[in-house]
Design a binder for this molecule. Structure first.
Ligand SMILES: O=C(CO)[C@H](O)[C@H](O)COP(=O)(O)O
Length: 234
């Protein structure tokens, strides 16, 4: 299953490359699906494709450098032509949960400054309703316990993220609280409520940011536009 999932991630990423044009400045998302995107883009750069990218995490920056993708930053670029990113959950309205890899703030900034956003994923990420995956919320380290109390009062069970026995620190020097809210009825309202809490930096709810989703499974990669129509590969 895990092996297949990796093949699906690769298939979705390679389909997304079809939307990349010469001269574009790209937002480079984060995660293991984006790894395949970067690998393929690197091959195309080797063959002469002229692109630049802004990475949404230090991990992506490392992979992009390894694969020879030229990088830039927001001191040089006002608007990206296209951002391609992964997701932890995608609902039928294309609202997303992201942040499983801890890069949600930079990912959101990158996607917010892109003319178009394509999300790539294996089919398991598509859900009827967000909430099975605990919602990542990035918070300031200072008084994080009190911020967690406020989030708990909204109906979640926040857990301070750890990796290999250490508290996880984001690329921005913050903590992540993984907040199990159960099934999220109104992602937009929940995002707004969380944003009002002192100590919350950003939530992993990506509301109205996605134009296209490319999902891959046993039958290959499927492109889905926001309207829900399958346009083939356009
Ligand atoms: O939001 C993210 C990282 O913060 C990733 O895009 C998300 O976790 C999906 O990752 P993967 O492609 O490894 O399943």
């Amino acid at each position: 299953m895990a092996e297949n999932q990796d093949l699906y991630k690769k298939a979705a990423a390679e389909q997304a490359v079809e939307y990349v044009e010469d001269g574009m400045v790209l937002g480079l998302g984060s995660g293991t699906t984006v790894y395949w995107l970067l690998k393929r883009l690197g091959e195309l750069v080797d063959q002469g494709l002229n692109i630049k990218g802004i990475p949404s995490s230090l991990r992506t920056e490392g992979w992009a450098k390894e694969f020879g993708i030229p990088l830039t930053d927001f001191s040089e670029v006002e608007m990206l032509d296209l951002a391609i990113d992964g997701a932890d959950e995608i609902d039928p309205d294309f609202q997303l949960t992201k942040g499983g890899g801890g890069s949600l703030v930079r990912e959101k900034l990158v996607n917010a400054h892109a003319k178009r956003v394509i999300i790539i994923a294996d089919g398991s990420k598509m859900v009827d309703r967000l909430g099975k995956f605990p919602l990542p919320v990035e918070v300031l380290q200072f008084a994080w316990q009190r911020t967690a109390d406020k989030i708990a009062a909204l109906g979640a069970t926040p857990v301070l993220r750890e990796r290999e026995g250490e508290v996880f620190v984001s690329n921005n020097g913050n903590y992540i609280l993984d907040c199990a809210f159960g099934s999220i009825e109104n992602p937009r309202a929940l995002h707004s409520e969380l944003k009002l809490l002192l100590g919350v930096v950003e939530t992993g709810l990506f509301i109205d940011m996605t134009d296209k989703v490319i999902l891959a499974g046993p039958d290959g990669a499927q492109v889905i536009n926001k309207s829900g129509q399958n346009p083939g590969n356009n």
